[in-house]
Design a protein around this ligand. Structure first.
Ligand SMILES: Nc1ncnc2c1ncn2[C@@H]1O[C@H](COP(=O)(O)OP(=O)(O)O)[C@@H](O)[C@H]1O
Ligand SMILES: Cc1ncsc1CCOP(=O)(O)O
Length: 263
């Protein structure tokens, strides 16, 4: 059975926390891919809920003093229960506070996957700052940044953008799929986080995980020429429909994935 079939047939609970802007979109994406989403807000529930969950997404999007501690508590519960954690350091390049909070989460929680845009990951690797909040403005080399940060943190790193760069600290792959409407729709990065979390439930192989990263931009490529797509909003609807029906064969046919040689 392919990992996409497993996603749909073996319902996995994904707990997500930390971004009130994108919760509905992310919950829908998890459900459309066969998973069971849960937004958990009260840390007294962490032990009980994390033991039932299959993966956890920590997102710094709407982080505050309280929710920062909350993310750490949830991440630690995930570690104790040996559940994979995906971390999204939203805006880590935009302010010193966000960067420090992201560093504190990386220090306190063992993260399997960190996913951000180039500005966010470059900020964590080298202290670079960005002038545009949640959007990427960094000129750092994505391949070297992904590789170095994956090595440093012993985690899988996904740097998303017009080209997605994925590293496990030994190898680097790049994915050339997608459309600028993905960037235009706020929350697509968070949607990607939830897809990665489901992916971690259904595969442990890094090369297969790279294909999981390609699911969202491949779905974009498959809908962009539909007559119903007239702008970023109708694109989003068509994209979510396609994502819910995407087959492994379509993914294999349309994904442009290349390994980049590294030292
Ligand atoms: N200009 C672009 N062209 C094609 N795909 C893009 C573009 N920008 C982002 N994407 C895709 O959008 C998804 C979310 O990435 P991104 O926009 O970088 O996240 P974030 O919302 O965290 O900044 C990824 O799947 C990525 O491949
Ligand atoms: C607009 C906004 N403000 C704080 S979080 C957020 C959404 C960010 O979503 P993404 O990281 O997927 O772009």
């Amino acid at each position: 059975m392919s990992f996409i079939e497993r996603m749909h047939r073996q319902k996995a609970m994904v707990i997500m926390n930390g971004n009130h802007v994108t919760e509905q979109l992310v919950a829908d994406v998890i459900a459309y891919l066969g998973g069971s989403p849960l937004v958990a807000e009260d840390e007294r529930d962490d032990e009980a809920l994390v033991s039932l969950a299959s993966a956890i997404v920590l997102n710094m999007g709407t982080v505050s003093k309280q929710s920062h501690q909350r993310l750490i508590h949830l991440g630690r519960a995930a570690n104790l229960n040996q559940k994979p954690v995906v971390f999204d350091p939203v805006g880590a390049g935009a302010s010193t506070l966000r960067k420090k909070q992201a560093e504190a989460i990386m220090a306190a929680v063992s993260v399997k996957v960190i996913r951000g845009n180039l500005s966010e990951i470059a900020a964590l690797l080298s202290g670079e700052s960005s002038r545009f909040g949640i959007d990427a403005t960094s000129h750092a080399d994505a391949v070297q940044t992904a590789l170095d940060y994956a090595r440093l943190k012993k985690a899988w790193v996904v740097i998303s953008g017009p080209v997605d760069t994925v590293s496990d600290g030994k190898r680097v792959f790049q994915i050339k799929n997608g459309h600028p409407y993905l960037e235009k729709n706020v929350g697509m990065g968070d949607a990607l986080d939830s897809i990665l979390a489901l992916g971690l439930v259904h595969t442990t192989r890094f090369e297969e995980f790279v294909q999981v990263v390609a699911m969202l931009p491949v779905a974009a490529d498959l809908v962009i020429k539909q007559s119903a797509v007239r702008g970023p909003a109708s694109f989003k609807m068509a994209l979510l429909d396609k994502l819910s029906q995407l087959s492994q064969a379509e993914l294999f046919d349309v994904a442009h994935i290349k390994e980049v040689p590294v030292n």
